[in-house]
Design a protein around this ligand. Sequence first.
Ligand code: ZN
Length: 233
Amino acid sequence: MRPTISYIQQKFEEFNQLCFEGKLLPLPFKLSRARTYLGQIAYKRRRKFSLLGLRSGGVEYYDFVFRISTLLDLPKEEVDDTILHEMIHYYILSNQQKDTSTHGKLFRSIMNDINTKFGRHITISHRRTKEEYEQDTCKRQHLICVVEMEGGKRGICIAAKTRLLSIWDTTKLVPAIRQAQWYLSHNPYFNRYPRCLSLKVYPITEDILQQQLQDARPLIRQGSRIIVGRSVD
Ligand SMILES: [Zn+2]
């Protein structure tokens, strides 16, 4: 999905109540076509003055603007996590709090809190642009579940190694999943997908699957053991 202003506004309200006790003040929302970020909190800085008009030395953040890039068509979950990511920045800046770095100790502790309490998957790295993904040729192991949904649509979920069996089991319990097949691949194309701790299905086309799974090997399950089969035919 590509978010609209009203979608961002609605999510901002919702997450503000849910995760920030409704403490965040409204701010302007803007859409952009930026390639360098998915979300951004723009702000101004000024020196703080004491009551007597003397410089206190501190810096104050003000004039916040919430920007979301609509360049990439992303899964709704990723859009929502991006909104939350920016809300954490906004929370820290608007409370004039200092962190150890852009995504420092404070940011991480709030992020981890929200991820745990509300089952989110907010990350500290802003997710990358399509061009950056194409440049990523690092070979990593991917445990890929390819699912066929009711209605024939295809999707994939890349499992974190430690969650392979539990995600494998979950696919059997979801009525909307007609079929699931597992593969092992080192194709860097799949670097762009997050490692899932629980089943999350990302839509993918049949063409891309055929093309990108050429060197993949099927995974076969025997009880709690996983065996790597011969290459895919
Ligand atoms: Zn950030």
